[in-house]
Design a protein around this ligand. Sequence first.
Ligand code: KIV
Ligand code: ZN
Length: 388
Amino acid sequence: MSDKLIIFDTTLRDGEQSPGASMTKDEKLRIARQLERLRVDVIEAGFAASSNGDFEAVKAIADAVRESTICSLARANDRDIARAAEALKGAQRARIHTFIATSELHMEKKLRMTREQVLEQARLSVRFARNLCDDIEFSPEDGYRSDMDFLCRVLEAVIAEGATTVNIPDTVGYAIPELYGNFIKTLRERVPNADKAIWSVHCHNDLGMAVANSLAGVQIGGARQVECTINGLGERAGNCSLEEIVMAVKTRRDYFKLDLGIDATQIVPASRLVSQTTGFVVQPNKAVVGANAFAHASGIHQDGVLKARDTYEIMRAEDVGWAANKIVLGKLSGRNAFKQRLQELGIALESEAEINAAFARFKDLADRKSEIFDEDILALVMDETVTA
Ligand code: KIV
Ligand code: ZN
């Protein structure tokens, strides 16, 4: 099995399905260029058949981006697939991603199709797509809630027709890590031609477990592609977040032992761009990309980090694209952090007594103000000098 974990970014397709996150062609192109700088392996640029606007966006991205594979989603029918192929014509490397629901619930209530009809449609669609493109991904929508025996039949059939990636969506975020990991493992054991395709995970975050489920799909199930979005953007509670999955695999390489093609220093710029474009604010305590992800407020932590950063940091802020970590001065800060900030501001107080007096004033102020900025410190020290 390969040691490379393929990162498939679907910010521009599943992410855009987030209510209020719709993007123009130019906005999508700008994000796609940033995803290319981030070196994601596959960019799902949109759903070409869904609108003329999305067709044009997929086409513009396929024409402009050279380093990543460009993918378009398509329902399992000839019209959608042909439209995807048309939009992808200019791509250096193109992928068509076709899907049809396989859970009893979706087949009966939504598609109003029998199992045999769905199986046949999946088979014919992959056959049709394979005549237009070498790289075909198939997704059984609501795969995780599908009957295992039926799902095995569908996956065996689409791999036989030439699907190169099979993706198992937890469409409604119902999975639990261990169960999802074992679900993928069982599928790979039971589908006779499983080794002919790359297995992929696609998890939604309805129970807040999209990243954990994806990691279990990789570690227990042997999946080698993860579908994810910047800032976890996506339908309802969102998708597996790219920054979290990437940094989990990188930071715990000792455990996962997987390689990534990602340039992690482009993560924060990508997060900022997606947030500015969609207007979706990133919560301050969001892992990796939140404003507080590398900020230290308590005196004990600040003292530790000033002595050795790995006391309270498992990743470097700079490695994911922040300029630096942050020591936030406030009422919990200690003398050591205060003294360090004085040095950074170029303030040389002459004696320990002067520093102690300034520190006492700082503590008084911090009881009244939640964060102390550099201007506050300058004012404090001026006061001190004047008083002395
Ligand atoms: O969540 C889902 O099932 C999807 C598929 C179209 C892959 O987004
Ligand atoms: Zn999805």
